[in-house]
Design a protein around this ligand. Sequence first.
Ligand SMILES: Cc1ncc(COP(=O)(O)O)c(C=O)c1O
Length: 427
Amino acid sequence: MTGAEHHWWERTGAAARRPGYELAVAYARSVAEEHVNPLLALGLPLSVAGAEGSFVFDQSGTALLDLRTGGGAFALGHRNAAVVRALVTAAGAVDMGDWQLPSELRTRLSKALSDSQPRGTWQWRFCVSGSEGNELALRTAVMATERTGLAAIEGGYHGQTGLAAAVTDPRYLHAKYPPLLAEPIRLAPDASAAGAIDESVAAVIVEPVQLTEAIRPLEPDFLAAIRRRCDEVGAVLIFDEVKCGLGRTGPVWAHERGHVAPDMLVTGKALSGGLYPVAACGIRTDGSNQALLKWRSDFRSTYGGSLLGMVVATEAVAQLTNEDNRRAFRDAGDELEAALNPSLGRRLHRMGMAFSIDFESPDHALFVASDLLHRGVLVPFPRASTLLLFPPFTLGTEEARTAARAIVAAADLADDLLWGIPNDDLR
Ligand SMILES: Cc1ncc(COP(=O)(O)O)c(C=O)c1O
């Protein structure tokens, strides 16, 4: 941008009159304009100054009920008391640790994650983001199979890394890195599509439930067909459960629904306890894929496996897998569903603690998201015509009712203003 250019948001009067506008503009100039633009497009300059439980607080102390939760990273709410305690206690004894020096704290998290798996024996590597976990899984598959082909499902989201390893001198990496920007095979989520996986494919990466645009569970038949085909051609099956795992879509692991086991599993987001960036890449050590048994460490990440992060994630896994807690999380979801259902009817979909509401158009969804912000409810910026909600699992009964009232009021207003017809005709 040259100095002479002006951004549209610098010329919009409505946002400029709101408190926080100056902070938002300073952020846009010095950090990332693209974080500020969607909020200003929704009419609200927002700078997060604090967070607690189900709420984030803006610069003026206004509370926003958080149904966005960073795509599920705050599954246990903001600054969960037990997670904060674990971190503070650990900080009295350890620091991040050196990634190459063993520590019992990593063994403990590894055991907790292995114990939560429906089947198999597992080994885990720790990193700082879901993207990095997927990167490690894909690279390990490339290395183990000595193939470079990759396959993914249409609509999948797996992260944004890759080029850094591609430009690292290959002598520092055990793996031959796939050719730059090679096009993966993209499979339609249809059992007949599995035939496209051939002997050139190192790995197939799958979110058992896609949660980026809408709630899209992959059918058990499709997952079974992919599993069979991977076994036939010797490809590695990776489940990316960064978003759908750790209870977000119901079971602790989303793939428990399909009764199909992966060779590798990547987790992140909720694993952080909302407090420390931790992700993990698991590999089945008893898997049928013989090529993977050649697996060895090709992974360096300075902050990966931070000891403070290990303590936080171990507490998060304990809370997310505890049966009493899980019952309470289900009750919280039931409460929200019961409050939304009478008004939203067929528009509402739910899997575990992932909710979506279908609107008639992208404008309609954007209007509702914007109106909700002004009613004190934060939701993910909508893609297309679906609004996704990722409430904290710890949402209280009153909070669920408050959220539902706001959502129903916003949807009704959108129907009236955008369609001008009685709401009942849309349901
Ligand atoms: C399914 C899935 N995989 C991977 C990622 C990347 O995770 P991160 O943003 O921590 O790199 C995301 C992030 O939204 C995701 O939803």
